[in-house]
Write a protein that binds this ligand. Structure first.
Ligand SMILES: NC(=O)c1ccc[n+]([C@@H]2O[C@H](COP(=O)([O-])OP(=O)(O)OC[C@H]3O[C@@H](n4cnc5c(N)ncnc54)[C@H](O)[C@@H]3O)[C@@H](O)[C@H]2O)c1
Ligand SMILES: [Zn+2]
Length: 364
């Protein structure tokens, strides 16, 4: 088994990564002294795929467990859905020692984590992510929360789980498009933090997409968690350096917003956004023409749907102005000094941004 230790002082916790680990959940909970009542929050896709079996296994292990099922999809990440879950917990006589287990993708993780953080001022929380995105990104770092009608992820908290259990076998039922979009965050870790990891992911990309090399898959998930854990543990509240995790996201978020969060999966928008960020790094004189070409070719293999023909720099630029991560000091960009080395800068002119966006639009 591979274990990432997320180092956050007394709130440190392990991330376990191993194929076939999900059926061991009862044992791992007991090992962590989490033997009070267990509330497994899941969505209605994951329910029949995994959650019913997990519930049966917890009951078999003599644990008191209950399933709470939410509708699948981003719309469930809401205060209304949190309220429904508080009510279900109270009706089931959950108390301070009850354990909330999030079993599902990032939607379930963010929502269940928010409920765990706020129910009775915080109950023990466990993450069992079942999508690539949630295994490599949303389950690491302790950000939990819900959306507000006026914007995504605006209501939330930092709340760390007691452990994260990652079973790569759960990815076998995930649609191919979700898999590729999740791996966009993986290649991002290579770009911003490690040339070696970037090369390894590039060399095995097809096997990763079709989940045909279990050893490579496990080590890739592990290294992704390790890189994110390293970046966030140095900067837990996101004041500084961890903004490098937003590589490709400045433009990516604008693409998602402009298309009403309906046309592109998050990772697909980030694939396009990374092309723009690569071009900015070229313009800044950091990256060579050749390494940008190679990186863009790699990103093409993610097969993100093309951007709408009528998408313009102007519209994207307006959407970027509205991004919550933009401060009064101007837009913060993540650029690459080299593959595997990132830097944060506000020193990007309107003209440079326009050229980068036009490169991206032309590439798609
Ligand atoms: N907290 C953070 O730091 C952080 C970071 C990145 C993203 N996020 C959030 O994560 C969310 C997106 O997460 P996501 O991409 O996992 O989406 P998701 O949770 O909506 O899952 C995608 C789809 O896959 C289904 N699914 C889940 N596991 C499956 C499996 N094993 N087999 C088959 N189908 C399965 C789900 O039911 C859903 O339909 C967004 O709300 C985003 O804001 C949070
Ligand atoms: Zn992202």
């Amino acid at each position: 088994m591979r274990i990432v230790n997320v180092d956050l002082g007394e709130r440190s916790y392990p991330i376990y990564v191993q194929a076939g680990l999900l059926p061991q959940l009862a044992n791992v909970l007991k090992k962590h002294n989490l033997d009070e009542r267990i509330f497994v929050i899941t969505d209605d896709n994951v329910k029949s795929l995994y959650a019913e079996k997990v519930l049966a296994e917890l009951l078999d292990a003599d644990m008191q467990a209950k399933l709470l099922v939410i509708p699948a999809g981003e719309r469930s990440k809401s205060l209304q859905q949190s309220d429904i879950l508080y009510t279900r917990l109270l009706e089931s006589r959950a108390d301070r020692n009850s354990v909330v287990v999030a079993l599902g993708g990032g939607v379930v993780g963010d929502l269940a984590g928010f409920v765990a953080a706020t129910f009775m001022r915080g109950v023990p929380f466990v993450q069992v992510p079942t999508t690539v995105l949630s295994q490599v990104d949303s389950s690491v770092g302790g950000k939990v929360g819900v959306n507000h009608p006026l914007g995504k992820n605006l209501i939330g908290a930092f709340y760390q789980p007691r452990f994260v259990l990652i079973d790569p076998d759960t990815l076998k039922t995930l649609p191919q498009r979700e898999i590729r979009a999740g791996f966009a965050e993986v290649i991002k870790y290579g770009f911003i933090h490690s040339r070696e990891f970037y090369d390894a992911v590039a060399a095995h990309l097809d096997a990763l997409f079709d989940l045909s090399d279990p050893e490579q898959l496990e080590s890739t998930l592990y290294t992704s968690c390790r890189i994110k854990a390293e970046v966030v543990s140095q900067d837990e509240k996101e004041s500084g350096r961890s903004a490098i995790l937003n590589f490709g996201h400045t433009v990516g978020h604008a693409i998602e917003a402009l298309t009403g969060y309906a046309q592109f999966l998050h990772g697909e928008a980030v694939v396009h956004g990374m092309k723009a960020a690569l071009h900015l790094s070229l313009q800044a004189g950091w990256l060579s023409e050749q390494s940008v070409q190679e990186a863009v070719e790699l990103l093409r293999r993610f097969q993100a749907p093309p951007l709408p023909a009528d998408m313009s720099f102007r519209a994207l630029s307006e959407a970027m102005q509205k991004d919550k991560k933009r401060s009064s000091k101007g837009q913060l960009w993540v650029l690459l000094q080299d593959i595997g080395r990132s830097l944060l800068t506000r020193d990007v002119s309107e003209e440079q941004a326009r050229r980068a966006v036009e490169f991206m639009l032309g590439e798609s």
